[in-house]
Design a protein around this ligand. Structure first.
Ligand SMILES: Nc1ncnc2c1ncn2[C@@H]1O[C@H](COP(=O)(O)OP(=O)(O)OP(=O)(O)O)[C@@H](O)[C@H]1O
Length: 253
């Protein structure tokens, strides 16, 4: 899928526990897709397999039109850089300033000699990082220590870092679980804008069906490592939600 994400037949076991049982989904450029599912249903593992934080046993993943199967070494790393992931636990260097944290997203594309210390970050990288910070509405906080920002602002800095990496596919694993409702809405609106206005393919794992209904173009329901349903966000029903979180009740009704 051109500039989007495509996952086909993804299987993953940890020991004898099968966690993903042949997961197929795609996220188009310009689309915000939310993955819902009970604890342990395999949501994080699916995203982690895309960025290489977990190794799939089987399956074909394409990122921004490039199939990863068969790629190795630097070529695989380059293809994977088209996807970036943000997490509930925001991984910023808290004592460094915001702009340095965002620059870190662009470092993988630099020769090592130019990436060792922030003082050596090239001007073009700093300018790109600044544009990314502006995109998430935090240009005025560039010089502040990352640790001095609120949780919601830090999550937006992490998203700016992903943009600075040049990601076309943005994966977000519970990006708003630690945020208050206003900050959560702001981050979800940002993710949606990045899809709609900037053409990114965005996949977010959430535990809040109401946020999925409000913000997602499409919702995928994951149950026991399989996609149970795919529906428009605005069409997400209580029956869909019960199918994921209370499957016994859903069967009984
Ligand atoms: N590195 C690992 N080693 C062993 N088991 C793992 C590992 N990572 C995940 N698992 C197991 O895989 C299953 C799915 O985990 P995963 O984190 O993908 O689920 P999830 O749907 O994201 O859950 P949650 O909503 O709780 O984050 C769980 O049973 C988990 O214990």
């Amino acid at each position: 899928m051109e500039n989007g994400l495509s996952v086909k037949g993804l299987r993953k076991s940890f020991g004898d526990r099968a966690v993903l049982n042949g997961v197929d989904f795609s996220v188009g450029a310009g689309e915000l897709v939310v993955l819902l599912g009970a604890n342990g249903s395999g949501k994080s593992t699916a995203l982690r397999c895309v960025v290489g934080l977990a190794e799939a046993d089987e399956g074909v993943v394409s990122v921004a039109g490039r199939e990863l199967r068969g790629l190795t070494g630097a070529e695989l790393a380059r293809a994977r850089r088209a996807a970036a992931m943000v997490f509930q636990q925001i991984h910023l260097v808290r004592r460094r300033n915001v702009i340095d944290n965002v620059c870190a997203g662009g470092l993988a594309g630099l020769p090592l000699s130019r990436s060792l210390t922030p003082a050596l970050f090239p001007k073009d990288l700093r300018e790109r990082a600044m544009a990314c910070l502006d995109r998430v509405g935090l240009a005025d906080r560039a010089k502040d220590r990352a640790g001095s920002l609120s949780g919601g602002q830090q999550q937006r800095v992490a998203i700016a870092r992903a943009l600075c990496q040049g990601a076309k596919v943005l994966l977000a694993d519970e990006p708003v679980s630690a945020l208050d409702p206003a900050a959560a809405t702001q981050v979800m609106e940002l993710l949606r804008e990045l899809a709609r206005n900037d053409g990114l393919a965005v996949a977010a794992v959430l535990h809040q069906p109401d946020l999925a209904r409000r913000h997602a173009d499409r919702v995928l329901g994951l149950l026991h490592g399989e996609i149970r349903f795919s529906t428009r966000g605005s069409d997400l029903s209580d029956v869909d939600i019960d199918a994921l979180y209370a499957p016994d009740r859903a069967v009984a009704v």
